[in-house]
Write a protein that binds this ligand. Structure first.
Ligand code: HEC
Ligand code: HEC
Length: 305
């Protein structure tokens, strides 16, 4: 309430951010609160919702950690939203960032040596810190996509419902999984147009981590269990094991099996891993669907009362 109190709060927050940053520089940083399972000291990545190759998912906890590093080392030149200043380019449009997958491009870039605000070289950043920065930057890319004028409410109601229906049954192949008289019956009554658009462009998977991707902007029920990402792992000389995908990276894959046990497999050669994301079609949709198609489909779905 009182001004001195908020000033203190801000000061404490700055000190805290600083100390967390120092802690994160230790060789074996602790996983941020909310990290589950895995070897102690490693960040579980990418959990679920890994996304298509060009649309990696964002772990909100890692992105929040990345923001702290960003504030200490990058913000003066690249800006609060990574859209650039006169001292550094816009990174939301940077190919290094757009092609990055959990540090795969950002890591090598920073390993070459880049100026940091602290005066250190970026080669001092640990892999975990790079990963957190990668999540932060990906989050900014996603914000830009969602915040762009193509996704503004005023544009949403301008579609042509008939063209939307044609796209739904034709080119969009929506009818191969959905039916206007079945699962989508009444969707126009259940949600506001902006939420319909959000639900089909950025659907969320159920399961660990999956339900958190909606950033509070999507109203309505949580994703159904039918959207959980599952995985089947087949060792070279063993039986296939299937379950809910908990985490996967280049080295390990973890799942929860039917009996409720978490199991982790090293991704050695010969280990077959088949991931099934029931929303895969929705993720690849973003690459092919045009703005006009989007508006038309929303107008069409809006007619399903
Ligand atoms: C002193 C200013 C400054 C700071 C601090 C800084 N950068 Fe940069 N950054 C630049 C400039 C200038 C460029 C463009 C020239 C270049 O590539 O080195 C750039 C380029 C980049 C690029 C490549 C963009 C592209 O597409 O080629 C990335 C990625 C990047 N910075 C990330 C970061 C991150 C992450 C941090 C903090 C850990 C950071 N930068 C800190 C000034 C800065
Ligand atoms: C390969 C199957 C598949 C295809 C193709 C597909 N979807 Fe979906 N869609 C799903 C699944 C699975 C869900 C999640 C349903 C749930 O939550 O139970 C979903 C969810 C939705 C939802 C949200 C429903 C709600 O109540 O939240 C909408 C709207 C939607 N899809 C529209 C579309 C449109 C439009 C297309 C074509 C451009 C499309 N879908 C293509 C499988 C598909």
């Amino acid at each position: 309430m009182q001004r001195p109190v908020s000033a203190w709060t801000a000061a404490v927050a700055i000190v805290l951010a600083g100390s967390i940053f120092v802690a994160a520089q230790e060789p074996r940083p602790q996983p941020p609160a909310g990290g589950r399972g895995g070897a102690p000291g490693t960040l579980q990545q990418p959990r679920v919702n890994a996304g298509a190759a060009d649309k990696p998912g964002v772990d909100p906890v890692a992105a929040a950690e990345g923001k702290k590093i960003w504030t200490v080392e990058c913000i003066n030149c690249h800006g609060a939203n990574a859209r650039g200043t006169d001292k550094g380019p816009n990174l939301v449009r940077s190919l290094v960032v757009l092609r990055d997958r959990f540090g795969s491009a950002l890591g090598p870039f920073l390993k070459k040596g880049h100026t940091l605000q602290s005066g250190r070289s970026s080669t001092a950043l640990t892999d975990d810190q790079v990963l957190m920065l990668a999540h932060f930057l990906r989050d900014k890319v996603n914000d830009t996509l969602r915040g762009s004028s193509d996704f503004e409410v005023k544009n949403i109601l301008t579609g042509d419902a008939r063209a939307g229906e044609a796209y739904f049954t034709g080119e969009g192949k929506c009818a191969s999984c959905h039916s206007p008289g079945g699962d989508l019956k009444g969707i126009g009554t259940r949600y506001e147009p902006v939420d319909i658009q959000q639900r089909f462009l950025f659907p969320r998977n159920a399961g660990p981590g999956g339900g958190r991707g909606g950033r509070g902007r999507v109203s309505g029920p949580a994703p159904s269990a039918a959207t959980a990402i599952t995985v089947t792992v087949t060792p070279p000389n063993g039986e296939a094991v299937s379950g809910l995908l908990l985490a996967m990276d280049d080295f390990n894959v973890s799942l929860r099996d039917g009996a409720g046990y978490s199991r982790t497999f090293a991704r050695t050669r010969g280990l077959k891993v088949a991931v099934n994301d029931p929303l895969a079609a929705h993720r690849t949709l973003l690459d092919s669907i045009s703005d006009k198609n989007i508006h038309d489909v929303v107008a069409y779905l809006e007619t399903l009362k």
